[in-house]
Design a binder for this molecule. Structure first.
Ligand SMILES: Cc1cc2nc3c(=O)[nH]c(=O)nc-3n(C[C@H](O)[C@H](O)[C@H](O)COP(=O)(O)OP(=O)(O)OC[C@H]3O[C@@H](n4cnc5c(N)ncnc54)[C@H](O)[C@@H]3O)c2cc1C
Length: 411
């Protein structure tokens, strides 16, 4: 059996590496030669969770262990009239390595192990063409997916970006908690996140602004190719001063700068869930994987981690053997839905004004480290996270289960 994987982002390359381990013949299609990706503009700033790092260990590509690539702490602050702040540390640590280092390294490793990597234009037509020479096509490139997989309206409530984004790599920011991620919620305005990050020149920091459209952070996130770098720097510092003054105080004014113009991404993402699979004109089938299937806003840091999760599950299903027909596609979809639906619902809930039960959970985490710890663990367990916030009753049950039980009187 021969599998075509159209797209060599984290989803495609994790699938390719796992199928290679399982002895399945794969061809991995990408749009950029690995060395060229190292000089590309940043498209994202990804924190890979403990679960994804476990996948990397299984795949034999856990190449980044230096403390500067890891986050062992996470602080959540809600800047409300009654401010909340608590530690929700990730266990195991998250890893942050620039995808312009991470992806080419993994693709090169796949090739070193004997894999075929073809650099070409990736379109819906590439996928249909690949189907003629393969038993199954997996589309793992979000731009190639549009012409193949229809939007699933029931799971895609947004038509416009719920946030506008401005992410970049910076020098000159100090940390309050070493190797810590800090996540600031500004109700009605958006979110500001700072992550330690391993970039081209070693340790830097990511600053991410998620702006509610029409709110005061929006101008920072509007793409402006002819932007004046000095004015942009002033605007970033002003936003930090106004909304996260404790973070602004840790900025060293002499050292603070965007690392390079290509280390900045601005724009908006429309979250979308597409159909999970389709029949191709020649009767074969194509499955959508990663962002080709589901695009999430990065607010919950789930997209790449979800792509890796689905890739490893899909690899096991493919390795069970053909036929890769409609029944196979339906089985794969059923297997992945509980996890993917949980990610989408949780992420979309965090994009809306918080429900009373989310506020209750955050207040409980602020008051009780045991709740904060359970909340933190759920970041790497999306079905559990969604169960803990889906309804007021489920939140109450989640919190009750964490309360110490009174001793049972002796009979
Ligand atoms: C600002 C931002 C921050 C994010 N933060 C997180 C996070 O913390 N955690 C998380 O799990 N997800 C995060 N995401 C989402 C994550 O980036 C995507 O979900 C994930 O990369 C999708 O991978 P994919 O393989 O499914 O598809 P795609 O990204 O569509 O990959 C397919 C194609 O894109 C190319 N490609 C991918 N990345 C790059 C790149 N950086 N430069 C050039 N080409 C590239 C690949 O080579 C491939 O051909 C973030 C996204 C953004 C925009």
């Amino acid at each position: 059996m021969r599998i075509a994987i159209v797209g060599d982002g984290i989803s495609g390359v994790h699938l390719a590496l796992r199928l290679q381990q399982l002895g399945t013949d794969t061809t991995l299609f990408g749009r950029t030669a690995p060395p060229d990706l190292r000089h590309a503009r940043a498209l994202n700033f990804v924190a890979r969770s403990g679960r994804t790092r476990q996948h990397e260990a299984l795949l034999g590509v856990d190449f980044w262990h230096e403390p500067d690539t890891l986050a062992t702490a996470r602080t959540v602050t809600v800047h409300a009239p009654r401010p909340l702040t608590f530690r929700a540390d990730p266990h195991p640590a998250y890893s942050m390595v620039d995808f312009r280092i991470y992806l080419p390294t993994l693709v090169e490793e796949y090739v070193r192990r004997g894999g075929r990597h073809v650099v070409t234009d990736l379109t819906a037509r590439t996928a249909s063409g690949a189907a003629r020479r393969h038993d199954l096509v997996v589309v793992a490139d979000s731009r190639a997916a549009g012409g193949l997989f229809a939007r699933d309206p029931g799971r895609s409530p947004f038509r416009t970006p719920p946030r506008l984004l401005c992410g970049g790599l910076y020098r000159g920011i100090g940390e309050a908690v070493p190797h810590g991620i800090e996540f600031h919620v500004l109700p009605g305005i958006g979110e500001i996140v700072r992550l330690p990050f391993h970039g081209m020149d070693g340790r830097v920091d990511t600053l991410g602004f998620e702006a509610v459209p029409g709110g005061p952070l929006e101008p920072l996130c509007r793409p402006a190719p002819d932007a004046d770098p000095a004015a942009f720097r002033r605007a970033v510092l002003a936003a930090l001063h106004q909304y996260v003054p404790e973070l602004r105080e840790r900025v060293d004014d002499r050292a603070f700068a965007l690392t390079r113009p290509i280390d900045l991404m601005r724009g908006g993402i429309v979250p979308v869930v597409r159909r999970a699979w389709c029949a191709l004109p020649d009767g074969r089938h194509a499955l959508a994987l990663g962002d080709a299937w589901i695009v999430n806003d990065p607010i919950t840091s789930q997209g790449a981690n979800l792509g890796s999760y689905c890739a490893l599950e899909l690899a096991e299903a493919i390795a069970d053997g053909p036929p890769y027909d409609e029944a196979f596609c339906r089985r794969v979809e059923r297997r992945l839905r509980p996890h993917t639906d949980a990610v989408v619902q949780w992420t979309n809930a965090f994009l809306r004004p918080p429900t009373p039960q989310i506020l209750e959970l955050l207040r409980a985490a602020d008051a009780d480290p045991a709740v904060a710890k359970a909340f933190a663990a759920n970041f790497d367990n999306p079905p559990a996270m969604w169960r803990s916030i889906a309804t007021p009753e489920q939140t109450a049950a989640f919190l009750a289960a964490l309360r110490p039980q009174p001793p049972v009187p002796a009979p």
